[in-house]
Design a binder for this molecule. Structure first.
Ligand SMILES: [Zn+2]
Length: 133
């Protein structure tokens, strides 16, 4: 387990680190471990912050997930249009869009929670907690 301090908030979010200390990981396993990619630590292993701020806190991450998924669908749809034009047809758009959406699901799930906790919560970076070890 890596407890290295990330120098900025965006990099800490990209690596799935705790928003308060930017050192402890939020998720127990790698994203490629498909049977366990959803498992989070209850508290930060470095600073002890409880990630679920209140019961059902991560329901709000669904809105972030919706935004990420919509962005992915638009980008893939635009790429199909640029590569093949309108002659790709209905299924020519639907199949690549849903394939990429399905394959990106573990990332979308994680980053929705990470971004929700980093950018839509009252938790702020605490330098004293980051340097406690
Ligand atoms: Zn922490």
């Amino acid at each position: 387990m890596c407890n290295q301090l990330e120098p900025n908030k965006l990099l800490a979010a990209a690596k799935g680190k705790c928003p308060q200390c930017q050192s402890g990981k939020m998720f127990k396993y790698s994203v490629i471990k498909l049977n366990k990619f959803t498992e989070m630590f209850v508290t930060c292993p470095f600073c002890g912050l409880r990630f679920e701020l209140e019961p059902g806190y991560f329901w709000g991450a669904m809105y972030v997930s919706y935004a990420i998924t919509t962005g992915i669908m638009l980008v893939v749809g635009a790429l199909v249009y640029i590569l093949f034009g309108a002659k790709a047809g209905f299924w020519g758009f639907i199949i690549p869009i849903f394939t990429v959406m399905f394959l990106s699901m573990p990332f979308t799930y994680r980053y929705a929670r990470v971004f929700y906790l980093h950018f839509f919560s009252p938790i702020r970076f605490n330098k004293e907690l980051a340097n406690k070890k």
